[in-house]
Write a protein that binds this ligand. Structure first.
Ligand SMILES: [Zn+2]
Length: 330
């Protein structure tokens, strides 16, 4: 009995020692070995993965269809953050309910980076009613997200200077691909007839998209999915749709489509035929392992779906001919 007791004591002492060892190990871990990076959204994780290559294990906390505006970190998320070597998040208060967790992680000495931190604040959109706060949906402009790729490269180079040139080279190669995607968006969206160049979606995620690719954008709900659109706004939008002869509106994978349905009903009651032009990825990417589950595929899907629904010309399966694992229409 006594020896069993001693055995338990020794075991628990060993466990404590092991715990302490793992707490103190992280900062002294030799740089250049695989390290772990935790990201918030899939879009952030994707660009981090592109830049980190085989040097890090990258995971994201928010999966397919998850709304980052409302996301509260779970206990499991906090544990993952504590255990990680580096944290990347989108920033500009997109992940508003995670702020405390980021501050805590940064205070503990962990490198925590917002991929949007070096964007020129003067050039960011500040919508009316946001008290001068920038619109966080910058990934919708491929050229802006490409600048964020550079932020990832510089941040990883700071964390792991031994592989600086590799991170910069990975970023450069990926940014070349993104430049092609940006050009694809400019060229195909330009084929949409002028009067049809209006993008109506469930929430205001597409303002940078509209600015970059010359489309008027109307989101029915406020900038964050937390505000409810008034009936009045919906009626005004129906007036506009009927008057301009707009043929299609879009639903989003991470936002409820009840307001979009109200638009369809309203237009119908006035004898105007309006359809759902497709489902767009706004604040989350598609299913992991599919083309649409990458940043490239997410934007290719959005661009191609919008161009097709609004009467423009684009290849049936997008820039790389890889679209198709997501249903475009109902
Ligand atoms: Zn959003």
């Amino acid at each position: 009995m006594r020896s069993a007791f001693r055995y338990v004591v020794i075991l628990s002492l060993l466990a404590t020692l092991a715990l302490c060892f793992s707490c103190s190990k992280a900062p002294d871990q030799p740089k250049g070995l695989a390290f772990t990076i935790v990201c918030t959204t899939g879009m952030v994780a994707d660009i981090v993965r592109q830049v980190a290559g085989d040097k890090a294990v990258v995971s994201n906390l928010m999966g397919e269809g998850v709304d980052p505006h409302l996301y509260k970190p779970t206990r499991g998320d906090l544990v993952k953050m504590v255990k990680s070597d580096v944290i990347f998040y989108s920033g500009l208060l997109l992940e508003g309910r995670m702020t405390e967790a980021f501050v805590r992680a940064a205070r503990s000495g962990k490198p925590v980076y917002a991929v949007t931190e070096l964007l020129d604040h003067e050039k960011l959109l500040k919508p009316a009613g946001s008290a001068g706060h920038p619109d966080p949906h910058v990934w919708m402009d491929v050229s802006a997200w490409s600048q964020c790729v550079q932020v990832v490269a510089l941040s990883l180079a700071e964390f792991d200077p031994a592989h600086r040139s590799q991170y910069l080279a990975n970023a450069q190669a990926y940014r070349k691909e993104l430049a092609k995607l940006h050009d694809y968006a400019v060229q195909t969206i330009a084929t949409i007839p002028q009067q049809q160049r209006v993008l109506i979606t469930a929430h205001d995620a597409f303002n940078y998209f509209g600015q970059a690719y010359n489309l008027k954008v109307k989101g029915i709900q406020g900038l964050s999915t937390e505000s409810e659109a008034g009936l009045d706004d919906i009626n005004k939008l129906i007036d506009m749709i009927v008057a301009s002869g707009i043929k299609a509106v879009f639903v989003e994978t991470s936002v409820s489509d009840k307001n979009i349905r109200a638009l369809l009903e309203g237009a119908k009651s006035r004898g105007h035929e309006l359809k759902i032009g497709g489902s767009l990825f706004s604040d989350a990417m598609g299913q992991g392992g599919t083309y649409e589950g990458s940043y490239m595929g997410m934007l290719d899907h959005n661009i191609t779906t919008i161009v097709h629904a609004l009467g423009g010309r684009a290849p049936p399966r997008g820039l790389h001919g890889k679209l198709g694992s997501v249903t475009h229409n109902e």
